[in-house]
Structures are given as structure tokens and as C-alpha cells.
Design a protein around this ligand. Sequence first.
Ligand SMILES: [Zn+2]
Length: 174
Amino acid sequence: MVIAYNFNISLEDYAARGINNAFPRINRCPHCRGMVNLLRHGFYWRNAIEGEKLYRIPVCRLRCPSCNKTVSLLPDFLIPYFQYTVSTILDRLRSSFIDRVIIGQRQLTAFYQKRYIKQLNQVEMFFRDYGFREPLPTGSKEKAIKLLEMILALGKATFVRRSTGHFIGNFMAN
Ligand SMILES: [Zn+2]
């Protein structure tokens, strides 16, 4: 299981600190719900790209002494299975939908657009749950742009953190 965790630092700082980041103690197992201290269980290393800059970063793994299952603490500037940071993905969406400019690989941007459009209803539900009452445009592209503007206004990191649980899997995940 992957848990999004807010380390409150940038990817650059997280990468620089590496395995010396302030990894939290977790005393409740998300698998078995047991009130137990999860044990440190090493790291795995993965790529993370912000803009055009590639970092190799450790992801802390924990293991439950009770059920033996593992949990990974993914910094919340990342989405599971995506190398690019949330910030970069949202920037690409903004450039293509709002500024109408494609930055970087066209194919990758098209992929992000498709994933994002597929999740529009879930993004809408998220904002509805936070009390947004205005009607949204009916065209999917217009709706995509409006919701993207709302995500950017809320703040990229805040959106990702608060939206956990609103998406089946994660934001942008299948
Ligand atoms: Zn457990």
C-alpha cells in the first residue's frame, strides 16, 4: 500500500536529504487497523522529475509487525506510478488547456489530458464536497479548464493532499 505523506519540503530538498528525511512514525496499520508501531523496512528508489530535472529519490517502506504487510510513504508531490511530480503534471495541463502551448513531449501531455478528462466527475465531486455550488460548463473541455483553474487556485499540493480518498486509487491514476 502506498500512502501519500506531506514532508513539507520540495522534491529538490527531499532528494538532497535522501534517506535522512524526517520520516514519520506511524502507529496505526492501514491494512489491519491495528494500533501498532510500524517498523522501518528499508527503502526503494525511484525517479522523480520536476520540470526537466530528474532526481533519484528513496521511498521509505514500513512493515506492520502484526499483519506483516508493507506500507510505502510516497512524498505527496508525487503520484504512484508517475515519474513527473504533481506540480509538473498540472503545469503541463495548464499549458495545454489554458495557454494552449505544449511543453515537453506531446504524447505525454496527451496522455495526461486523457487521464484528467476521465476524472473530471471525481474532480467535480471533490469541489462539490467542499461546498462549490455554481454550475459548471457542460462541454468536457470547458469543464476541464474550469476545474483546472479551480485546482490551481486552491494550490496544487493542497489539492492533491485533500483529494486523497476522492479518487479511486489516486488523482490521475486509472
Ligand atoms: Zn497490520
